[in-house]
Design a protein around this ligand. Structure first.
Ligand SMILES: C[S@@+](CC[C@H](N)C(=O)[O-])C[C@H]1O[C@@H](n2cnc3c(N)ncnc32)[C@H](O)[C@@H]1O
Length: 278
């Protein structure tokens, strides 16, 4: 069967569902992944022969996707900040808005050999990307979920990023001082649970929800920042809509707001705090 024939059949069979805006585009992405090519190849080579076994795997993947399983769990990888990371069920799929957290961190006036902590590292995308972009940095990272930590270690190995990992609640196991604490902790309010898109049901609720207002983990981490940060150090936090102002209202002594970065939807997504010192 050719690429064109397979995609024509997919067009007949695939039904748009919530969370899948462009079924034909997804079919093309699945085919590109199975052929180990990019989507441009699939577009440019309608005559390319697709072997039987790949056709079978294509329909298996499409069937899983139709049941709502996220594309990246089926494919087993996800792009982030120009690199490819392994992803696995039970560990949060990195989101495009988290790239804003990285670019915000890279624009900060950090010392030449910054000491960086990533709290709630998940698949390790933040720690690994920062280590690769700032090779002189000393980077450590932790997560409360053993499954996440195992995946983060695997990704760090794949990207040859030397990072110290630890299993811990928030930053309890670290002493500091750090020049940068970065965290994309769960920030969805528990009350949202019944209304979230069905795709989120495939992800670990412990990576998504945090108390009635979503700040049940961010708040104690912010309270701990004066212990963790060097004087002049920064904390960069990914947050949900309306949360940056709530966090700024309750800052412990010595911390001041430094920057807020909004995402493409205009949501104040990244809050940067600066520690003046004790
Ligand atoms: C929203 S995910 C972010 C993962 C990754 N940093 C990213 O940006 O893709 C939040 C992560 O925080 C972790 N987490 C949840 N509760 C935690 C806690 N009490 N202490 C440390 N990490 C926690 C979850 O296991 C999950 O990996």
């Amino acid at each position: 069967m050719t690429v064109a024939e397979l995609l024509a059949q997919a067009r007949q069979r695939l039904k748009p569902r919530e969370g899948m805006l462009f079924p034909q585009r997804e079919a093309r992405a699945f085919l590109a992944w199975l052929l180990a090519k990019d989507e441009a190849f699939v577009l440019a080579h309608p005559e390319h022969h697709v072997p039987e076994d790949l056709v079978r795997r294509f329909w298996d993947a499409v069937a899983r996707r139709q049941k709502g399983e996220p594309f990246h769990y089926i494919a087993g990888f996800c792009p982030f900040f120009g690199r490819t990371f392994a992803v696995a069920p039970g560990v949060l799929i990195p989101r495009p808005e988290t790239e804003l957290l990285v670019s915000t961190c890279l624009a900060l006036p950090l010392p030449p050999r910054p000491r960086i902590l990533d709290v709630g590292t998940g698949s390790g995308v933040l720690a690994i990307t920062l280590k690769r972009e700032l090779p002189t940095a000393q980077v450590v990272a932790s997560d409360v979920a053993p499954r996440a930590l195992a995946l983060a270690r695997r990704n760090a190995g794949g990207h040859r990023a030397a990072i110290g990992f630890a299993l811990a609640h928030l930053a309890n196991c670290w002493r500091g001082p750090f020049d940068l604490v970065v965290a994309n902790l769960p920030y969805l309010p528990e009350t949202w649970r019944p209304q979230v898109p069905p795709e989120l049901a495939f992800e670990d609720p412990g990576a998504l929800f945090a108390g009635t207002d979503g700040l049940a983990l961010v708040r104690p981490l912010v309270a701990d920042l004066p212990r963790l940060l060097a004087a002049g150090g920064f904390a960069a936090l990914e947050l949900g809509e309306g949360q940056a102002s709530q966090v700024v209202c309750q800052l412990p002594p010595g911390l001041e707001p430094y920057r807020v970065a909004s995402d493409l939807h205009g949501v104040e997504r990244v809050l940067v705090l600066r520690f003046k010192g004790r």
